[in-house]
Design a protein around this ligand. Structure first.
Ligand code: A2P
Length: 269
């Protein structure tokens, strides 16, 4: 499962499950990433905003796994909204990761995190300027694919109307109870792969009795069921864990959720 790939619209292959590193600090990220790579993950999701690119890069280099066998994602922070600052940040990410190139680079969010999401200013022009920096890094071969994260339909329309190169990925929050129908449909229509972060709802699904009942039926943990659910929706899950056993457990997904149970899970709020 960890070695299976989706193919992006530019032909680049992306491993179907990524290891999420949000909220894993730089000084401790070495071990979880090392565990994840030993467990068979070949796709690691980092971000400039997580502050852990250096640690992620160190763990990847120390693994001894050939660079081309791995897929590394990072993101331009949501707060960066000018072309110049984006160019500088991409160089900084390349230097901190120190892995030669970046496999996937995303704009972390259409609006800075400290601004209310629905507040008047949508940063349309600014996102186009930042996108231009990503396009240039792509054309220069510094990054192998480019995309967006947390973009709503309007934000995506803005990029599509003004870009030279279409985003290959949109990384959004996606889990049972939050299946983002509009954004997913729009992405499918435009050949943009959807990645789902927080497949376990940052842990909130772990005490959901309805999900627990279904997990028991397959003899798997709630986390495993949640991750497999995302995969069976043809969305790329990015489970996060800082714990050795759970990192390994989250790779054990050799079961199939029936159509009937998928429909049941689709309807959960
Ligand atoms: P921990 O890091 O201590 O393992 P998400 O991927 O939706 O963001 O969820 C991450 C949260 O779920 C983290 O708090 C993580 O805790 C927890 N988690 C991840 N995998 C498992 C698992 N297999 N069993 C229980 N909790 C898990």
């Amino acid at each position: 499962m960890l070695k299976e790939k989706f193919v992006l619209h530019n032909g680049i292959e992306i491993p179907k499950i990524g290891f999420g590193t949000w909220q894993i600090e730089n000084d401790v990220v070495f071990e979880p990433v090392t565990t994840a790579l030993k467990a068979g993950y070949i796709h690691i999701d980092s971000a400039s905003g997580y502050g852990n690119e250096k640690g992620v890069g160190e763990a990847v280099r120390a693994s001894g796994i050939p660079r081309e066998a791995l897929f590394i994602t990072t993101k331009v922070p949501a707060e960066i909204k000018t072309y110049e600052a984006a160019v500088a940040n991409i160089e900084s990410s390349l230097a901190k990761l120190d892995l030669g190139y970046i496999d996937l680079l995303l704009i972390h969010a259409p609006q800075p995190w400290d601004k209310p999401w629905q507040a008047g200013h949508r940063y349309y022009e600014e996102n186009v300027a930042v996108w231009k920096a990503l396009e240039e890094a792509y054309k220069a071969g510094k990054v192998k694919s480019i995309g967006i994260s947390n973009f709503f339909v309007d934000d995506m329309k803005n990029i599509l109307a003004n870009c030279e190169i279409k985003p290959m990925v949109n990384q959004i929050s996606f889990h049972i109870g939050n299946i983002q129908k509009e954004a997913v449909a729009f992405c499918r229509e435009h050949d943009i792969l959807v990645e789902g972060y927080s497949p376990i709802a940052t842990g909130r699904l772990l005490d959901n009795k309805e999900v627990e009942k279904i997990a028991e039926k397959y003899g798997v943990s709630i986390a495993q069921l949640c991750i497999k659910y995302v995969l069976q929706k043809d969305i790329l899950p990015l489970p996060k864990s800082a714990n050795h056993e759970r990192i390994v457990q989250n790779t054990q997904l050799d079961f199939v959720i029936t159509d009937e149970d998928m429909t049941y899970l689709d309807a959960l709020k």
